[in-house]
Ligand binder design. Structure first.
Ligand SMILES: Nc1ncnc2c1ncn2[C@@H]1O[C@H](COP(=O)(O)OP(=O)(O)OP(=O)(O)O)[C@@H](O)[C@H]1O
Ligand SMILES: [Mg+2]
Length: 409
């Protein structure tokens, strides 16, 4: 099964591009499902048909679903939610608040991931296209399998304590409800299932992340940050979709300035994201609504290509620790035989190599560390940053744990 996730800043065209991809994939005979994880649910509007929280047929070979958290809570999360709300109520919280509090952050995100898991296990689809919410939410979604373990550890800890207290005080405090076996089983299951999803999403032969941008400054900055963090979490960013490019022939007094600005930002996009594969689409003369218009956008984006093709199985940027140093590795599209210059400014790193310039948004963990130097190895430029300082040795064990998972990815 192939999973393609479109992400990017609000309004750049994620939903339109995802729908266009799904329609094209289905037309080529791939059994496809498109899943919207955005609570705003504009996928229905783009397709001009009403999708819901249950899988429905859109076209030949194409199904679609918009994750509906209310439906998910009633079905998937019943046991967990009802125990948590009973527990909170037993601690003195009023019933309505307890119910609200029992929806722990991430439940809807997890629901979306579980669909992906079910599709993989069910083997009914060749292609899963994910239309996501704007960047920040998607990063939360993708970071979730990792963060979830942290949640579960705490939840297990809390539940174990409840059981312990209940045993010690049998007959005295009867108001604390004990979790049912079913609840404990559900929690353990969740943990296991998230591990499964994480493996799917970080397998470059299965999952590709495609960043959608417009040639505009604010869009590019947010996408650069997303790119950095996706690479840091171990996902494969496979390509970049530049959407809504204003065609040159639209110049003239009014639009010349726009075209000039666009040329500048197309260059900035190249500096920030090359050598990622680029897919592009012009600004269409009309809003892209309905299946026919989306098919037109699909032609514009992919020409005769199969959109489910894997353009790359490796992000051209990686981060990991090595010999107590933090390393940022950047794939360069050519050999490094010229003078290399590195500049850092706040959380940006710029690499200048002759006429080639590349700018990277650093993750917070590297942004305030000193650059120690750079080496070229097998087409990868490795920029080394100062590791932890000696005063922080106590933390080392903890960080080592993280380092190893980072490497394994
Ligand atoms: N290439 C294009 N040419 C013209 N209009 C476009 C193009 N791509 C998208 N649009 C239009 O731009 C608007 C926003 O697109 P879309 O809903 O796909 O963006 P999004 O990134 O999914 O937004 P959100 O972040 O709100 O989910 C829609 O009205 C869509 O029809
Ligand atoms: Mg959208």
């Amino acid at each position: 099964m192939r999973i393609i996730i479109y992400t990017g800043k609000g309004g750049v065209g994620k939903t339109s591009v995802a729908a266009a991809t799904a329609l094209r994939a289905a037309a080529l005979g791939h059994k496809t499902v498109i899943i919207s994880t955005d609570a705003a649910h504009s996928l229905s509007d783009a397709l001009e048909l009403q999708l819901s929280g249950r899988i429905a047929k859109i076209a030949k070979n194409l199904d679609g679903i918009e994750v509906d958290i209310q439906y998910e809570l009633e079905n998937r999360w019943k046991e967990i939610q009802s125990y948590l709300s009973d527990f909170l109520a037993s601690q003195g919280m009023d019933a309505v608040t307890a119910k609200e509090m029992a929806v722990f952050p991430g439940m809807e995100l997890m629901s979306a991931l579980f669909y992906v898991e079910e599709f993989h296990k069910g083997k009914q689809y060749d292609t899963v296209i994910m239309d996501t919410a704007p960047t920040a939410d998607t990063l939360r979604l993708l970071a979730f399998p990792e963060t979830a373990n942290w949640y579960f550890d705490r939840l297990f800890h809390m539940v174990r304590n409840v059981i312990k207290i209940a045993r010690l005080t049998v007959g005295k405090i009867i108001s604390t409800p004990l979790p049912s076996d079913r609840f404990l089983e559900d929690l353990e299951n969740l943990r296991e299932r998230l591990g499964y999803v994480r493996d799917l999403l970080t397998d470059p032969e299965i999952t590709s992340i495609r960043l959608v941008v417009n040639p505009e400054r604010m869009v590019i900055s947010e996408t650069q940050r997303a790119y950095t963090y996706l690479c840091l979490y171990g996902y494969t960013v496979e390509s970049i979709v530049i959407n809504r490019i204003v065609p040159d022939e639209l110049g003239g007094d009014y639009f010349d300035a726009k075209l000039e600005e666009q040329r500048k930002y197309l260059k900035v996009i190249d500096e920030a994201f090359s050598p990622l594969k680029t897919i592009s689409a012009r600004m269409m003369p009309r809003e892209v609504l309905g299946i026919k218009a989306l098919e037109g956008l699909g032609d514009e984006l992919f020409g005769k290509d199969d959109p489910t093709k894997i353009y790359s199985t490796e992000s051209p940027m990686k981060m990991y620790d090595e010999d107590d140093k933090s390393v940022l590795a950047i794939k360069l599209p050519f050999p490094m035989d010229q003078k290399l210059e590195l500049y850092t400014r706040k959380d940006d790193l710029t690499v200048q190599l002759g006429a080639f310039k590349k700018s990277i948004t650093l993750p917070h963990s590297m942004a305030n560390k000193q650059v120690l130097g750079a080496d070229m190895e097998d087409g990868w430029l490795k920029v080394k940053f100062q590791g932890e300082d000696h005063g922080k040795r106590k933390d080392r064990k903890k960080r080592r744990g993280r380092k190893e998972t980072g490497k394994a990815r």
